[in-house]
Write a protein that binds this ligand. Structure first.
Ligand code: PSU
Ligand code: MN
Length: 304
């Protein structure tokens, strides 16, 4: 085991016995939702995974230690500190470790730590991707490169249309990352169930998805898989309302010269403000929905 990594006793026992484990990220806690909803959501997500028969492993960096499996008190530290905790992607890990800081892990960093711990299934809200205007800005999330190389399946509600979904699809295709649709043929756009983009393959059960993952990795085809799970219809948002908020947030980011790692948190926070509490409620529900599916896939995978 890696000397920088601490696996909680509950997660370590599950892994040792081959029981299902689901990884969870922490940027969504510190940077993706406001206090106290972030703390309540993080704990409820863990409970949903336990109720479904799997073990949750929330991943973060605390005092420079990579953590797989957090206590409620540790989750609360990250939730309360919010933006004061460094947002940590692949390139940030060594700095935060060497300086013994706390770090909130993005999809990319969470995949790296899950892989070190031997966890293959990871549930989150939305992944990073190719930003609109990337032809000029070159803003492409490191999440996509991580998906290309690190063998962890990421269950998400698609990607927000703060991104260019068509370019994100093209990038994933070039990198050989499969995009699966759970009971859908179209790529969900986070707050809405559909977009103009398709997925590579529609699969309708957690068992079929586990067969797909087992085949990919047994062949030595290293790398991640995007499993896109549409938000439940009753929590989906009105497309026109969400599109208007996203357009405004993008304009403001441009006017204020927001770029680099600040870009995604700025856009997410502005969209949440502009749509009021509605988008937060939807966001929470889609994470719950992804956690349920992830637990089912992890259980199926544990049998193979
Ligand atoms: N998209 C969301 N919610 C999020 C994120 C993205 O809908 O919380 C977070 C995730 O942690 C993701 C990160 O990995 O933002 C991507 O940031 P960037 O674009 O800077 O790579
Ligand atoms: Mn970026």
């Amino acid at each position: 085991m890696n000397s920088y990594l601490d696996i909680s006793p509950e997660v370590a026992a599950a892994l040792a016995e081959g029981r299902p484990v689901v990884a969870l990220e922490s940027t969504i806690i510190s940077h993706g939702m406001p206090w106290p909803q972030n703390y309540e959501t993080a704990r409820q997500v863990e409970q949903i995974i336990r109720d479904a028969g799997a073990v949750p492993a929330t991943i973060a960096i605390l005092d420079g230690r990579l953590k797989a499996g957090l206590s409620d008190a540790e989750i609360q530290v990250l939730a309360k500190a919010g933006q004061d905790v460094a947002k940590c992607s692949r390139r940030d890990l060594p700095y935060v470790i060497a300086r013994r800081q706390h770090g909130a892990t993005t999809v990319a960093a969470t995949m790296i730590i899950a892989d070190l711990a031997g966890i293959r299934v990871f549930a989150t809200g939305g992944i990073g991707g190719v930003h609109r205007g990337a032809q000029q800005s070159f803003d492409i999330s490191a999440d996509l490169q991580e998906l290309a190389h690190t063998s962890v399946a990421v269950i998400c509600a698609g990607a927000k249309s703060i991104l260019d979904l068509a370019l994100t699809r093209e990038y994933l295709e070039t990198q050989g990352v499969p995009v699966l649709g759970y009971q859908t043929e179209t790529l969900p756009a986070f707050y809405t169930r559909d977009s103009d983009e398709t997925v590579d393959y529609r699969l309708d059960s957690d068992a079929e998805i586990a067969d797909f993952l087992a085949a990919k990795w047994a062949l030595g085809l290293n790398g991640g898989v995007v499993i896109a799970n549409p938000i439940p219809a009753e929590f989906a948002m009105d497309k026109a309302a969400i599109d208007a908020a996203i357009e405004q947030a993008l304009r403001e980011a441009d006017e204020q010269g927001i770029s680099g790692k600040a870009s995604t948190p700025f856009l997410l926070a502005r969209v949440a403000e502009l749509t009021g509490g509605d988008s937060l409620a939807s966001n929470i529900q889609l994470v719950f929905n992804n956690a349920r599916l992830a637990a089912g896939i992890a259980k199926q995978l544990a049998r193979r």
